[in-house]
Each structure stands twice: as structure tokens, then as C-alpha cells.
Design a protein around this ligand. Structure first.
Ligand code: ASP
Length: 324
């Protein structure tokens, strides 16, 4: 039997960090350190390493995401799957970006750790080991890009970091896990219904995300318009409504041909234009705002950046969110 080949792309994160409570944790481990902590695989698997970088994930940008995507494309023919180690803070954004910008074919698994290497109850080695198992499983092909932690497999669209320190820090909320990696086998409980693929060669980074709150006004939106940003995602209230004082800012953005994408700060459910009061969804829709379904603010920002980078015009953006 031929060996399965996996490319481990390291990007940093707590999984590669050492330190103490005095100095604080910083990424220092390289790929071979990460692999040296793993037990032998039951199947025949050869793992090569690509040291992309050693970043804490708050340092990761859309440009980094595009470079990681390009590494996967360039190496696609030579590997059966890819595993990416990443910080947990922005892992969900990189995962969703890759899911949108990679063609179907080779499984890509992003993993991380909540504990750095000198902490008791280390989760990193097991997460890497499990991710390699998932990436070499034939059923994974259908799912393209996945997130694996604590033996659980998540889809990229719904997975989010829900806890700042607990080892069980990722959840897809009411959508649930895609599957599990048990001792004997990988099991998927859901199949994948909908795939998106946008081929891009550059990335527009100045799409801003603005979160709303009771009594919010237009200040931040107007500042973004003055800056001439490429797009604005508004994390609105409930079903997709805004306080009345936010309306002038949105009007200004749309008058300046800056797309305004509405999502909700609620964790679950879709935005929809059901409310007819001032600032309600019906007014926003009429003004020309795009509704981003059930995407979180940070995922909506990734998708809008990708769509704009592909050259999508403002007036045809809406259709790309119809399955969200
Ligand atoms: N702050 C770290 C990072 O995202 C957290 C982690 O990796 O778990 O890089």
C-alpha cells in the first residue's frame, strides 16, 4: 500500500508556544518539534513540513491567508491532504477563507491548541495527530476544509471560538459538529450540501466590521466612508436592524458606492427584512444594504473581501449570500 502524503503547514499559535506567566507565551516551536511529540500512525503516512511562519494568530492578515492558500494550490498534486497549525484566535477566519478560495479535491484540516507546551494537560499533540488522521481519511474529500480540535470535526462556516481559555473552545452552536475522530475510525454525521469556490489572485483587505449596540450612531461608519474603504460589514441587532442614528452613515456609504453588508450580532439565525420601523430591516433593504444570512461578522467580512477581490460589482453581491 502506498503511503499517504500530508503537508503540515505551520503558522504559529499557542500550539507552538512556550513561556511562563511572567514572560508570557510566545511562538517558538517549529514543525519538527510539533511532529516529534506524536506517536506512530496506524496507517502508512508520510508527513512533510512547510514552515509558513510562527505568528500569534492576532497577527494573521488576509494576505497571510492568501499565501497559505497559494502554498496549498502549489503543492496540491503532491499531497493527499493538508494540516495547518494555527492560533485559535483567528483560526475560524483562515479556515473560512481557505474554504471559499480552494477548489474541492484535497482535504485541508486546521488545528490548534489552547495550552502551550509547558502547561499540564497538553492538547496540541493529540490535535495534530487527529487532524492528520482526518486529512488522510477518504471521506474528508467531500468536506474540503475542516477544523479539528478535541476529536471533533467542524465545518468552517459555522465554527467559532466560544471560550477564551477552556480546552473545549470551539463550537458550531446549533449546527453541531460535522463528525468525530474516534479511536478506531473517523465518522461524519453530516454530508456537505453546499460548496463555494472563488478563484482569486489578490485580496482586498480594507473591508471594515462595525458592531452595533443600543444607542449606536454613525460615527464609525462615517469615518470608514471618509477613509474610502472597500466595504463595510455591519453587525446589526437581532433580525438585522439598526438604531435610527446609524441610518445617515449607511446612507453615506451607499451614496459613495461602498457595499454595506448586514449580519447579526445574535449568535444564531438569519438576518431578514421583517421589521418596518425606522432602522428596521425593510428600510435597510430599500436603501440597498445586502443581507448576509447567518454569517457571523468576522466570516461575513472574509466573504465580502473575497467577493470584492474577485471583482464582483456591488449590485451583484446579493446573490452570493443567498445560501448563507
Ligand atoms: N492567542 C493565541 C493565538 O491565537 C491563542 C491560541 O493559539 O490558542 O495565537
Amino acid at each position: 500500500m502506498n503511503k499517504k502524503r500530508i503537508l503540515l503547514i505551520t503558522t504559529g499559535g499557542t500550539i507552538a508556544m512556550d513561556g511562563d506567566t511572567k514572560t508570557g507565551y510566545k511562538p517558538i516551536l517549529v514543525g519538527k518539534d510539533l511532529l516529534s511529540s506524536l506517536p506512530p500512525f496506524k496507517d502508512k503516512i508520510k508527513v512533510d513540513i512547510n514552515e509558513y511562519g510562527n505568528y500569534p494568530s492576532p497577527h494573521i492578515t488576509l494576505k497571510n491567508m492568501l499565501e497559505i492558500r497559494n502554498i496549498i494550490i502549489e503543492n496540491s498534486k503532491n499531497y493527499d491532504g493538508f494540516v495547518i497549525t494555527h492560533g485559535t484566535d483567528t483560526l475560524e477566519e483562515t479556515a473560512y477563507f481557505l474554504d471559499l478560495t480552494l477548489p474541492k479535491g484535497k482535504p485541508v484540516v486546521l488545528t490548534a491548541a489552547m495550552r502551550s507546551i509547558n502547561e499540564l494537560g497538553l492538547d496540541g499533540p493529540r490535535n495534530i495527530y487527529t487532524s492528520i488522521r482526518v486529512a488522510t481519511d477518504l471521506k474528508s474529500k467531500e468536506h474540503k476544509v475542516m477544523v479539528v480540535l478535541n476529536d471533533e470535526i467542524f465545518d468552517t462556516k459555522t465554527v467559532t471560538k466560544i471560550d477564551t481559555s477552556n480546552i473545549s473552545s470551539f463550537s458550531s452552536l446549533y449546527m453541531g459538529i460535522l463528525g468525530i475522530a474516534d479511536e478506531d475510525k473517523i465518522i461524519f454525521y453530516r454530508s456537505r450540501y453546499f460548496h463555494e469556490y472563488y478563484d482569486i489572485s489578490n485580496i482586498i483587505e480594507d473591508v471594515y466590521l462595525i458592531k452595533l449596540y443600543a444607542g449606536a450612531d454613525s460615527y464609525l461608519i462615517e469615518k470608514s466612508v471618509e477613509r474610502g474603504v472597500s466595504g463595510i460589514v455591519v453587525e446589526a441587532l437581532g433580525r438585522g436592524n439598526v438604531p435610527p442614528k446609524v441610518i445617515p452613515g449607511i446612507q453615506k456609504a451607499i451614496a459613495n458606492k461602498i457595499p454595506v453588508l448586514i449580519v447579526s450580532r445574535a449568535y444564531q439565525g438569519r438576518v431578514l427584512d421583517v421589521y418596518g420601523y425606522e432602522g428596521g430591516g425593510k428600510q435597510l433593504k430599500k436603501m440597498g444594504c445586502i443581507f448576509g444570512g447567518s454569517l457571523s461578522g468576522q466570516k461575513a467580512r472574509i466573504k465580502l473581501s473575497v467577493l470584492l477581490s474577485k471583482g464582483t460589482k456591488s449590485n451583484s453581491l446579493e446573490k452570493y449570500f443567498k445560501n448563507d
